[in-house]
Design a protein around this ligand. Structure first.
Ligand code: GLC
Length: 793
């Protein structure tokens, strides 16, 4: 069944049935003030950290409750409902609702018994408070007396875990007050008068644009005994009883009673934030200006749409267009900005950026906002240790030049990361390359950036150190050790066992260094990297190739992982796709291994990470065994890898195959099977259960996943064939043969490119502003402010 559809013009996903198979969420604000909201207004907010700055209580892994609830009540009949379908949950035959998730805002529209409501939720750009703007309209023929109630369940204290667990303490530090137009919550209030005011938190929940008829600041009084959010006693009665919280659980609840003539509308705003009393008062006053929310929502749209417009495609496949133009792109920004901080699955406990995750996330936005990417690239480089390894977790308060590292017990205890991972620093190669190629900013290579622990160096030398780290951590057969993990968190190959994926990443790193060295006319490095490349190609050939595939690793006891005939895990996806991406496998062999992947690993929802799943034959160190078969790293469809698969097929020029994989795991294409997929049809998730699961096709861990960026790269660089390099742009689309033509508008180094591709099979011909260009290549020097480009292929 289909629960919604895309609106390309508005860049919204529109949910027309509220009983979605899972809460379908959106992200508002930024980690400075973050808000996650589902299509039923479930979700939570936090200041700076999901773990340490939690404002709204949310019960994970339950029924998407509570959230930002607005209740409406007909004061003549006593009938009540909510502006979101849940929590009251009127029969959907009588309650018509639409949820519009957009870029930085969510609108919930409802029509029930001639009353229309429209609740717009957003965090103003750059602000640290949130707004729920409600419009109510009487569409009936008689006047209506309507009560509107805003309700939020506040945490007793900002530390999420404490709030949930340490009840003997947290329930006795909170109070609420009523202050004319808002409920004020104070936490550790007595400390306001003490030396250290920093222990005090104050929050407010306010109402602007309407009078407060009644209020309540105590959850128990609001809900009533043995009641739920769906039937609070105070809503039933039509009045809040004025109880304020002194110990136990606070809430913010404000009521306004209005009368609407036929056709009449009213508009009001509920506000929430962590503010002192005076600031709260000032904010509530500011929102008495009824036009402010529309201006602020417009500003959010301009901000996001401005970024998204830097690549606009029009292809014969609408699902592809929706994802590349808006939703995959928006998700890339969200993962770039929020990392793995907080979602309806991640509780916010990760206190930093995973090195590999963030360095990969950066790749997803380079084509849209290279400046934004640059800042993060420098930040991540400053988290490289001066021996070349990278901090597995970069703390939010990262202090370059002064950090402790995995060698130090303090780092291990504060982050929970016991040692280095083999792949972290190697992700810099594709990321830095993509940035330099997109912008032509080669000066970056000479920029001095600190190391995490001590000293500093040019970015170019940082990259050399990343290579050194791998060369200084070789295991058996002279191949890179797998250390604590490589990209796959579930592979412990140790200091002697080796990772073939890392060997291929390293090989790719040599290639990128050759390109940079050539550009810098550094012939010594160019030669050194070329020699290393040749040397490693030979070792990989000798040790990592078996019969018809690249193996996945070799344990310290010389046991080969992923060889033909193994009863389990005999074929792994990543070594095949990365053999192509790294350039190690020449086209003929590349095609053969990718054909093997198609035959042995592909399913209708994408290709599996490996197969068959581990059950009885896992080596010591194959942690995937912990998962059920066909789940996550144990033979599931780990969606991040689909991006590499798509890219590899596109690099081989096989557009039909690349697009076949694309569609298999494309969220938009799975919209008609939303009940199988469960998670949002507009964003990627971490993995999909595969063939051995009774729930094949079910997907998990929405929004914050590396899938967003790898698939974006697979599509932009792979399928669409936008492949910049230092001097210009190569156009090499690998599209389905059924696509006869498509267009792309791209911003490239501040210039506008209007590209038309005609796929008529008549050979390669490229025209730039009416002049023939050579070999599918557009030198940057030829470009004007605006350019018309035609590629015939
Ligand atoms: C998760 C982790 C990521 C890892 C991947 C594969 O997505 O966030 O760091 O590479 O799993 O194990």
């Amino acid at each position: 069944m289909q629960y919604g559809h895309f609106d390309a013009q508005a860049r919204e996903f529109i949910i027309t049935r509220p009983d979605t198979p899972a809460p379908w969420a959106n992200y508002l604000g930024s980690p400075a003030y973050g808000a996650i909201i589902s299509n039923n207004a479930g979700g939570y907010s936090f200041v700076k950290s999901g773990a340490a700055g939690r404002l709204i209580r949310y019960r994970f892994n339950e029924q998407d409750r509570p959230g930002r609830y607005i209740y409406l009540r007909d004061d003549e009949s006593g009938d009540y409902w909510s502006a979101s379908w849940q929590p009251v949950g009127k029969p959907i035959e009588q309650y018509k609702s639409v949820c519009r998730h957009g870029t930085g805002y969510t609108v919930l529209e409802a029509d029930y018994k001639d009353v229309r409501s429209e609740a717009s939720y957003y965090v103003p750009h750059g602000a640290d408070h949130e707004v729920w703007r409600l419009k109510v309209t009487n569409n009936g023929k008689t006047a209506r007396k309507i009560s509107v109630f805003g309700f939020v369940e506040l945490t007793c204290e900002s530390f999420y875990e404490q709030d949930q667990v340490n009840l003997q303490y947290t329930q006795f530090i909170t109070r609420t007050y009523f202050k004319d137009k808002f409920i004020l919550q104070t936490i550790n209030e007595n400390c306001l008068n003490a030396v250290n005011e920093s222990r005090v938190d104050t929050r407010f929940f306010g109402l602007a644009g309407a009078q407060v008829t009644s209020y309540c600041g105590d959850r128990a009084a609001f809900l009533g005994g043995y009641r739920d959010y769906g039937n609070p006693v105070s809503i039933e009665k039509g009045k809040l009883d004025g109880t304020l919280n002194y110990n136990l659980n606070p809430c913010g609840a404000l009521h306004t009673a209005i009368t609407l003539a036929p056709g009449e509308s009213a508009s009001m705003v509920f506000l929430l934030g962590q503010k002192r009393e005076a600031q709260a008062k000032e904010l509530v006053a500011r929102y008495e200006d009824a036009a402010l929310p529309d201006r602020e929502i417009d500003e959010l749209k301009k901000y996001w749409h401005g970024k998204l417009l830097n690549l606009k495609i029009q292809t014969p496949d609408d699902n592809f267009n929706h994802m590349i133009n808006t939703w995959n792109a928006y998700q890339c920004f969200i993962t770039f900005i929020w990392s793995r901080a907080a979602s309806l699955v991640y509780c916010g406990q990760r206190n930093g950026y995973g090195y590999r995750d963030t360095v990969q996330d950066i790749q997803g936005i380079i084509h849209l906002d290279p400046e934004m990417a640059l800042e993060k690239i420098k930040f991540m480089i400053s988290a490289q240790v001066n021996h070349g390894g990278a901090l597995p977790l970069v703390k939010y308060n990262h202090n370059p030049g002064h950090e402790d590292k995995p060698e130090d017990a303090s780092y291990r205890t504060s982050t929970g990361h016991p040692s280095y991972r083999a792949d972290d620093a190697l992700w810099l190669f594709p990321t830095v390359w993509k940035y330099v190629a997109e912008t032509g900013n080669t000066a970056l290579l000479d920029e001095t950036i600190p190391y995490a622990d001590s000293g500093s160096d040019t970015l170019y030398n940082h990259l050399k150190k990343a290579i050194d780290f791998s060369l200084n951590n070789l295991g058996i057969h002279g191949l890179p050790a797998g250390l604590h993990a490589d990209w796959n968190d579930c592979l412990r190959l140790g200091a002697k066992g080796v990772s073939v994926f890392v060997a291929l990443q390293l090989y790719y790193g040599f290639e990128i260094m050759i390109r940079f060295a050539r550009h810098k006319k550094d012939s010594a490095t160019e030669k050194q990297m070329t020699d290393l490349k040749t040397k490693f190609a030979a070792i990989i050939e000798e040790r990592c190739w078996d019969t018809d595939r690249f193996v996945r690793g070799i344990t310290e006891n010389d046991q080969v992982v992923g060889k033909p005939g193994d009863p389990e895990a005999s074929l792994w996806l990543n070594p095949q796709s990365w053999a192509v991406i790294s350039g190690l496998a020449e086209p003929q062999r590349g095609k053969a291994i990718m054909d093997l992947v198609h035959k042995e690993l592909n399913t209708k929802y994408g290709a599996r990470l490996m197969a068959p799943s581990y059950r009885r034959h896992a080596f010591d160190g194959a942690l995937a065994l912990l998962f059920n078969p066909s789940t996550k790293e144990n033979g599931g469809i780990f969606l991040q890898t689909q991006g590499w698969l798509i890219l590899a097929e596109a690099l081989l020029g096989r557009g039909d195959r690349a697009f076949e994989y694309y569609l298999e795991s494309c969220p938009a294409a799975q919209n008609p099977i939303a009940e199988t997929r469960l998670v949002e049809p507009y964003v990627y998730s971490q993995f999909t259960e595969s063939v051995e699961s009774p729930f094949e096709g079910r997907s998990h861990v929405h929004w914050l996943t590396g899938t967003a960026s790898t698939v974006m790269v697979g599509c932009v660089e792979g399928i669409l064939g936008l492949r910049p390099d230092i001097d210009g742009l190569r156009l090499c689309p690998a599209v389905p043969s059924s696509w006869k033509s498509f267009t792309m508008e791209k911003t490239f180094r501040g210039k506008k490119l209007r590209i038309t591709v005609q796929n008529t099979g008549g050979g390669q011909k490229l025209t730039v502003n009416g002049t023939a260009a050579q070999d599918g290549y557009i030198p940057a020097s030829l470009l004007k402010a605006e350019n018309d480009i035609l590629l015939e292929m």
